[in-house]
Design a protein around this ligand. Structure first.
Ligand code: UDP
Length: 315
């Protein structure tokens, strides 16, 4: 196959490039590098199956030659990033989805949208099943991401229904692993960076809010299986092991062996506004449909991620 991956220099995009190349496919990565980093794909330079295009996917996309699959992964994806880049976040979710769907349609390619558990907002249904419509504040700081992804899902369904494009929608829950940006503000790089530097781990609010963390290789496997399937309705991919952020801080401290203390802080800003209080994927659909479930336990995945960050943290 010839596979186009937008956001190909980002955390998830670069792992997808690796996976499709390993499976023997041609890969074209497109990225404007505003949150992605060329270092994530540096090791692919010179690979004859790989090509990188430095472009903003909200602009017109023209590609020579065949394309069999388009995976749209370009977007600022951490709350701190999309709060700093609100217009770009809205544009890439809306215009970028439109352009990439247009490319898929023109080439007769299969299309996969990276959607998100954020479409469920601060969920009133727990764990979250795909048929839950969500509880999103459209005008809050997270609205730029949440509503762009919700619009993107609607657009994908319209291209499927109206133009007959073969589409897939993956709703990605919190994912971590090598190549996350140390400064993206998310809880995994924040806590690991703080633990490695001996600084206090900053738990926001009372730390009772929950998340469920999926290691990147499990996510990539789920995405590949979804792309190969016939399912055009959304599928959750994530790890259902749920814990409080307070418990997560203790775990990071244990695994790093850090002497850091754990502090509870109340940032008086958008970092905690509309922070979902609970999040856990119901993965029954992925299990039934794709025969998929996560294989890497959190302790193991964290050890691998910590090793990656250890090589990059400057004390
Ligand atoms: N969080 C925290 N300390 C930090 C960063 C994040 O307590 O230094 C909390 C945040 O309030 C949220 C959870 O960790 O409840 C996950 O935040 P993240 O930014 O990783 O992603 P989200 O799941 O909110 O999109």
């Amino acid at each position: 196959m010839h596979v186009v991956i937008t956001g190909g220099a980002g955390f998830l995009g670069s792992h997808l490039c690796d996976r499709f190349l390993r499976d023997g496919h041609h890969v074209i990565a497109i990225d404007n590098l505003i949150t992605g980093n060329i270092r994530n794909i540096h090791h692919l330079a010179g690979n004859p199956l790989f090509r990188f295009i430095h472009q903003d996917v909200t602009e017109y996309l023209y590609l020579d030659g065949p394309v069999d699959a388009v995976l749209h992964f370009a977007s600022p994806a951490s709350p701190v990033d999309y709060i700093q880049l609100p217009i770009q976040t809205l544009k890439v979710g809306a215009l970028g989805t439109h352009k990439t769907l247009g490319l898929a349609r023109a080439k007769g390619a299969r299309y996969l949208l990276a959607s998100t558990s954020e479409v469920y907002g601060d969920p009133l249904v727990h764990p979250q099943t795909e048929d839950y419509w969500g509880n999103v504040n459209p005008i809050g700081p997270r609205g730029v991401y949440d509503e762009a992804k919700r619009f993107a899902e609607a657009l994908v369904m319209a291209y499927h229904r109206y133009h007959g494009v073969e589409t897939r929608i993956v709703r990605i829950f919190n994912t971590y692993g090598e190549r996350m940006r140390l400064d993206d503000g998310r809880v995994v790089p924040n806590f690991i960076g703080q633990a490695l530097r001996g600084e206090p781990l900053t738990v926001y609010n009372d730390g009772k809010q929950t998340r469920s963390f999926c290691y990147v290789s499990d996510l990539v496997e789920g995405i590949v299986r979804l792309l190969d399937s016939n399912e055009h309705l959304p599928v959750n991919i994530g790890n259902p092991r749920e814990m409080t952020i307070g418990e997560f801080a203790t775990l990071v401290k244990q695994i790093t062996g850090s002497m850091s203390e754990i502090t509870f802080v109340q940032p008086q800003d958008v970092r905690i506004q509309d922070d979902p209080s609970r999040r856990r994927p119901d993965i029954g659909k992925a299990q039934r449909l794709l025969g998929w479930q996560p294989l890497v336990d959190l302790e193991e995945g964290l050890r691998l991620t910590i090793k990656y960050f250890q090589e990059r943290v400057v004390a």
